[in-house]
Design a protein around this ligand. Sequence first.
Ligand SMILES: NC(=O)c1ccc[n+]([C@@H]2O[C@H](COP(=O)([O-])OP(=O)(O)OC[C@H]3O[C@@H](n4cnc5c(N)ncnc54)[C@H](O)[C@@H]3O)[C@@H](O)[C@H]2O)c1
Length: 313
Amino acid sequence: MTTQFHPPDATPLKGKVVVLTGGALGVGSCIVRLLHTAGAHVFFGDILDEPGQALERELSNNDAKAKFIHCDVTSYADNLALFDAAYSACGHVDHAIANAGLGEQGNMFDSELTLESIKEEPKKSMSIVDVNVKGPLYFARVASAYLKQPDVNGKGNTAAADKSLTLVSSVAGFREDPGLYVYVASKHAILGLMRVLRGTLIQSKPHPIRTNAICPWMTKTRLVAGIEKVWAESGLPSNSPEDVARVIVGVLADGKVNGGTMYIEGGRSWNIEQGLLATRHEWLGAEREKELDRGTELMGGGEHWTANKSSQV
Ligand SMILES: NC(=O)c1ccc[n+]([C@@H]2O[C@H](COP(=O)([O-])OP(=O)(O)OC[C@H]3O[C@@H](n4cnc5c(N)ncnc54)[C@H](O)[C@@H]3O)[C@@H](O)[C@H]2O)c1
């Protein structure tokens, strides 16, 4: 069974409106450039104003918009303002990419911890949870409302258009990376978020929203500065940020894939979610698979959870 994903080029994205976070540097800035070249209108947020504004100035030379908006993903108001800027300017939002992320900060499970040093709350480490988990949750919630809006310029035309939400996780989202305690936990959370949204947002009306996750392995950005040299010497494969951007833009342009997890290694990508689902009977057992599916079906659209006040605090 081959699960390789061959990203199509960005041609179908001409004239589309895309919102993304973490667009000032690294993978995000490559996504902005690729989309802009394809003629998409890009509204990108970041906390780094100087490189964000410089990128906006650099791309101000053609008809497609490239607009930088200061956005700290941990702020709900900033997420709202980012989507509102795109919607106000263009009358519709077509694709949304939660890309901003933070690498490991501090050492949450320092082997030198004592009964004295354990008293200090690990605030620095926990900032990762804010950026990598709270940020995408806020972003996805706001996206779920903006993406399904009928096109303001469409004069009431409610025909379904292709819409998507893409969440950037990591190879650390489906297996461990030694020492990256909080980062690994945060990126696993993103795969969980994609899985719980993929069956729900696809039912949005009038526009179904596809939800996918991206799991790059080693990618040459400032995030991996600490290990870049030893990695290069090892001969192990790595991605350029442009490689990762090409796959993400390909997921948007593809127009069909929903619920996928694109693992990216050495510039190539595979939809590992397909393999995981297709082989469940092998790693779970046929009986467990059947019972689990029956349980999921019983939950319907999940309305029992929110309707039952006794489980709300
Ligand atoms: N580089 C890798 O090897 C690698 C591997 C797997 C996944 N990823 C993921 O790819 C994504 C992009 O990372 P990158 O490698 O380009 O790193 P990067 O550091 O070059 O870019 C991350 C961007 O996110 C922005 N950002 C950080 N905190 C923010 C906040 N609170 N609000 C808004 N923006 C914020 C940064 O300013 C920066 O522009 C991240 O989610 C990262 O976890 C990277």
